[in-house]
Design a protein around this ligand. Structure first.
Ligand code: R5P
Length: 285
């Protein structure tokens, strides 16, 4: 993993969330649970105390917004927190999704003992400049206190169908080129970790970004398929995942997070991890 020239505080915080395997390669399984900041009570997160609590011991880091953190999660469980600090939008106005601002201060993140903050950046949208400026501001403030910045490549309403290959003109949309472009801008404006999506020709994304990369899970798909793209992403050089719905909306979330861990940390194939998922489900039943 490329740690760059960071100071002791940031390096120590990175080491808390990227855990080395027996060969010394550092990877992470972050559990994404920030969805309610703009989705409301997302399926599986209606009451995170029920669904998330049993998953936290298996996560290398968790990424909630402060409402879930303060009211639903046990402060005595020491899993590192990457706190979602941008928002101000809602799925009820999809056309305004990219209109995000900083809603939680770095001081608040420090008070909540976060190791880092996460910020969405909407490249090629109406609010591109505003979200890049938010990233830059947070990066400067976080550098003062050694907090990490996780920059999220957010696609917004206009680009979402293109990324899924569904929108008009999507056949000509080069997703790898877009995510390489967006991810590098996020790195250059101060992110220490880039969160992006796994797409065809992903090597182009990896090649253009030098900070650690974590892959978002996206919409719930069958467990075998989620394990497959995770394995492909790790093989292509991603340092881990920041996965939400494909874990907490799984038929068996505890089995699924362990299967994901086996791919990310043990290098299991998707087939082997799916066998593990089924065994763990069976064991629990
Ligand atoms: C989106 O902006 C949020 O940051 C989610 O945390 C992110 O999309 C990852 O969650 P999921 O794996 O459910 O896509």
């Amino acid at each position: 993993m490329n740690y760059g020239q960071l100071g002791w505080g940031k390096l120590n915080r990175l080491a808390q969330i990227f855990r080395p395997d027996s060969a010394g390669n550092a990877h992470t399984v972050m559990l994404a649970m920030d969805h309610p900041y703009f989705y409301g009570p997302t399926t599986g997160l209606e009451d995170p105390r029920r669904t998330i609590t049993p998953l936290v011991p298996y996560a290398d880091a968790i990424s909630p917004a402060k409402g879930t953190l303060e009211y639903c999660l046990d402060p005595l469980v020491p899993t590192p927190v990457i706190l979602r600090v941008t928002g101000g939008n809602s799925m009820t106005r999809r056309e305004e999704l990219s209109d995000e601002h900083i809603i939680t201060s770095v001081e608040e993140a420090v008070r909540l003992n976060a190791v880092g903050v996460s910020v969405s950046v909407y490249i090629d949208t109406e609010h591109q400049a505003q979200t890049i400026r938010s990233l830059g501001k947070l990066a400067n403030e976080c550098s003062q206190c050694g907090l990490l910045v996780l920059g999220i490549t957010a696609v917004g309403a206009k680009l979402e169908p293109m990324v899924k290959g569904e929108g008009e003109g999507s056949a000509d949309f080069d997703a790898a080129k877009y995510f390489a472009h967006a991810g590098r801008i996020i790195q250059e404006n101060g992110a220490n970790i880039v969160k992006t999506y796994f797409v065809d020709n992903w090597e182009q994304v990896r090649d253009g970004i030098q900070v650690p990369i974590v892959i978002a899970g996206g919409k719930k798909i069958p467990e075998r398929e989620a394990l497959e793209f995770t394995a492909q992403a790790i093989a292509a050089g991603a340092e881990g995942v920041d996965m939400g719905r494909n874990i907490f909306q799984s038929e068996d979330p505890v089995a699924m997070i362990q299967a994901v861990r086996s791919v990310v940390h043990e290098g299991r194939s998707a087939d082997d991890a799916f066998v593990l998922f089924n065994e763990l489900q069976g064991a629990a039943g």
